[in-house]
Design a protein around this ligand. Structure first.
Ligand SMILES: [Zn+2]
Length: 483
């Protein structure tokens, strides 16, 4: 945030002190890593909110002694997720058929989402459901371990499984066999009411989480886990059972640390993935991939959340929520999904692949090839939103190879830095023409236009005096400018 220096001076006189340069904290905080206290971060630097948010995140990282976790190379592989087209109605046939096509189009990681461990009963979040055992459902997966091994060995995929570490439904065997007493209770109208979550403050919970993670990596042989619904924990627990941690937050932090350390001790190149609500500046010590959150059908929302995540995600891999579309989706819209994904971080898809027409697979394959070829530049270049519009429809990634995403017709003047040798511009608008003032356009000599299949359709030479970029580009297509 920005504030005028006079306002800051006034605040300083009352409740603020300067700790470091232009960063101010409430005097009462006396910052300590062992205590939780409210503070307000203020910057009077003339920078946009995205850079200030990144500065704030770096300040907290430095203060808390954050050190990034190892990131295996496979964490950057495009991801397939089974959730949106099938929800918990998955089985061995569905997973294998999708895995086979996923591999063909360029996916490297396959996430088997919720439903691998229970029958389909629509019970996936029910307190009296069967979640919590994390044993493969034999009627749907007669040989789950064998399936994972085949996906790894025959298809060369990395395999992750979904789990919600604290959930324990009352129909689960784990609940019946003794963990009943470890569940949280919350106060409602003066009554203690059961909650679906194991209590993070109770000593049985941290042991149970370690047991599940050991089973995943040692028995099932998975490569990574997708950690879900930590954000469903209650604010406090009123159960009359033992608490070895003072608060839900302290207990949850200890459990997540155990989860991460157990996984890494068994698989040093494991991927541990959270989504936005429980992946934050506190918990990023215990993960290496950070996702947005559920935005099915809506890549605009996915992109918006991705920009927020990027601001706070130094040291971790940013991944988008898997995007989805149906077999009836027009090709240009499929291409816009794909362009949005590759500009958002590690691209992820949740599709009924066997039902899609060849045209869709061709577009997906082309965009994933593009992603792989330019992966380092896309993920490690300097990402900036170029407008303050809430959906961040115009973004750039700057490095020697730069990438400009345009999802809105009113484009502000674009300035390309001197070091940029090549510029790729994605047309994700509703129109087949891109037009905007372009400072530095004279640096580029050649232009190639691609359609939504990323096939070259036109090549031309640029005039050195041009300063307005105005080019016909198919919707979902791309332009490449070179010097
Ligand atoms: Zn408790």
């Amino acid at each position: 945030m920005k504030a005028k220096s006079t306002a800051i001076s006034a605040l300083q006189e009352r409740v603020f002190i300067i700790l470091k340069g232009k960063k101010l904290f409430l005097q009462s905080t006396k910052l300590s890593v062992k205590e939780l206290k409210d503070a307000i971060y203020v910057s009077n630097a003339l920078r946009n909110w995205f850079d200030v948010a990144k500065d704030y995140a770096s300040f907290v990282d430095d203060f808390s002694g954050y050190k990034p976790n190892p990131i295996p190379d496979w964490a950057y592989e495009p991801v397939y997720c089974s959730w949106y087209p099938y929800e918990d109605n998955i089985n061995e046939k569905i997973i294998w058929e999708n895995a086979r096509i996923a591999k063909e189009v360029g996916i490297g990681t396959f996430l088997i989402d919720a439903g691998w461990n229970t029958e389909r009963r629509g019970e996936w979040s029910w307190i009296d459901g069967r979640y919590g055992d994390y044993i493969p459902c034999s009627s749907k997966f007669p040989d789950f371990k064998g399936l994972i091994k085949r996906m790894q060995r025959e298809l060369g995929l990395k395999v992750e499984v979904w789990f919600a570490p604290f959930w324990l439904g009352s129909e689960s065997e784990t609940y019946k066999k003794g963990l009943k007493e470890a569940r949280c209770k919350v106060l409602e109208g003066g009554e203690r009411v059961d909650n679906i979550n194991l209590c993070p403050q109770n000593p049985l919970t941290i042991k149970r989480i370690e047991e599940i993670v050991r089973y995943f990596f040692e028995e099932l042989g998975v490569d990574g886990v997708w950690v879900d619904f930590v954000d469903s924990l209650p604010w406090e627990c009123s159960a009359q059972h033992e608490h070895i941690y003072q608060t839900i937050g302290e207990g949850a932090t200890a459990c997540l640390e155990r989860l991460y350390k157990t996984a890494i001790s068994i698989r040093p190149d494991a991927v541990i993935e959270y989504r936005i609500f429980h992946g934050n500046l506190n918990t990023k010590r215990f993960l290496n991939v950070q996702e947005t959150t559920d935005t099915p059908h809506n890549y605009d929302d996915n992109r918006r959340l991705g920009v927020y995540v990027r601001a706070f995600a130094k040291g971790v891999v940013v991944k988008t929520d898997p995007t989805m579309w149906s077999a009836k989706c027009p090709p240009e819209e499929v291409a816009k999904h794909c362009a949005t994904m590759i500009m958002g971080g590690v691209p992820a898809f949740s599709l009924d692949l066997p039902s899609l027409p060849q045209s869709h697979l061709k577009i997906l394959s082309a965009y994933l090839s593009f992603y792989k070829k330019h992966r380092d530049a896309l993920l490690k270049g300097n990402f900036r939103p170029l407008t303050a519009l809430p959906s961040f429809p115009i973004n750039i990634i700057e490095v020697r190879e730069s990438f400009l995403y345009i999802g809105y017709e009113a484009v502000p003047p674009i300035t390309i830095p001197d070091g940029c040798e090549e510029l790729y511009i994605f047309n994700c608008t509703e129109r087949d023409t891109l037009s905007f003032p372009f400072k530095g356009m004279e640096k580029f000599k050649k232009m190639v236009v691609y359609n939504e299949y990323l096939e070259e359709i036109k090549e031309s030479t640029l005039s050195p005096k041009e300063s307005l970029f105005s080019v016909s580009v198919p919707i979902g297509g791309m332009v490449r400018l070179t010097r």
